[in-house]
Design a protein around this ligand. Structure first.
Ligand code: PEP
Length: 257
């Protein structure tokens, strides 16, 4: 796996208000403080709703907690008359390091196409953050095109505007596996992750392909996480539902290879 530090990311979606978020992060940090892996470091990130970011940032800074902060979305625009949008610069000011872009719940529920995802990816990068680019096929895509075609096209479109040295993370999330309890098998995840890395090699060269972390997401739980993390091209997990239970998320972070 080269030098890629595994990343376990918790996408809270629209759950936990800022008071609940504070209690949650305190418990999570307590649970994680003694977690050690014999293969080295694991990075743990949480992606709370916008209204929680300031509270969580303050808590992480005051207690010197080692969690990394992520946001679930970003405006493609720099500033201006965009009611309801939150800019990348605003997120950067809150010590946000990662920004989810292209999550299927935004592609489907908010009709975000590849152009919007690319603009958001660029906005996050330009403001100094690392976009976490979500790609994945629906059940219908899987039948029609196989597993990898849609994720590869979505990734190519999202990174097109990025400069050659830009850092980004890829999250392979088959849409049929999200929130369904029906995770992909580790082999299915590895096949697409390998194809994504190969395509990064073609598009961006060896260094980017080797350095870029590719996560798997879709019904990850403590019972199945290790199977994914054992795959040579899977460098972490994007966890939705199971990231909202402190004990379960702690067990996920504690995965054994
Ligand atoms: C997600 O929302 O990114 C996700 C993977 O959800 P879940 O883990 O609940 O399938």
């Amino acid at each position: 796996q080269g030098d890629r530090t595994p990343l376990i990311a918790g996408n809270w979606k629209m759950h936990l208000d800022h008071l609940q978020a504070i209690a949650f992060v305190q418990k999570l940090s307590w649970g994680l403080k003694d977690v050690r892996h014999d293969f080295g470091e694991v990075e743990v990130a949480v992606f709370p709703p916008f209204t929680d970011l300031r509270s969580v940032q303050t808590l992480l800074a005051a207690d010197k907690l080692s969690l990394t902060l992520g946001a679930q979305d970003v405006s493609p625009h720099e500033s201006g008359a965009f009611t309801g949008d939150v800019s990348a610069a605003m997120l950067g000011k809150l010590d946000v390091r990662y920004v989810l872009v292209g999550h299927s719940e935004r592609r489907q529920g908010h009709q975000e196409g590849d152009d919007t995802v690319a603009a958001k990816t660029l906005a996050a990068h330009t403001a100094g953050m690392v976009p976490v680019i979500c790609v994945g096929e629906t059940a219908e895509d899987l039948e029609t095109h196989g597993a990898a075609a849609i994720p590869l096209a979505q990734l190519a479109a999202a990174i097109a505007p990025l400069p050659a040295d830009a850092e980004f993370v890829v999250a392979y999330e088959p849409v049929w596996a999200i929130g369904s309890g029906q995770a992909a098998t580790p082999e299915q995840a590895e096949d697409v992750a390998r194809a994504l890395r190969e395509s990064l090699r073609d598009l961006r060269g060896d260094d980017v392909a080797t350095a870029t972390r590719i996560l798997y997401g879709g019904s990850v739980a403590s019972q199945n996480v290790a199977g994914f993390l054992r795959q040579p091209n899977v460098d972490g997990a994007l966890v939705g539902g199971a990231s909202l239970k402190v004990d379960e998320f702690t067990r996920i972070v504690q995965f054994k290879k």
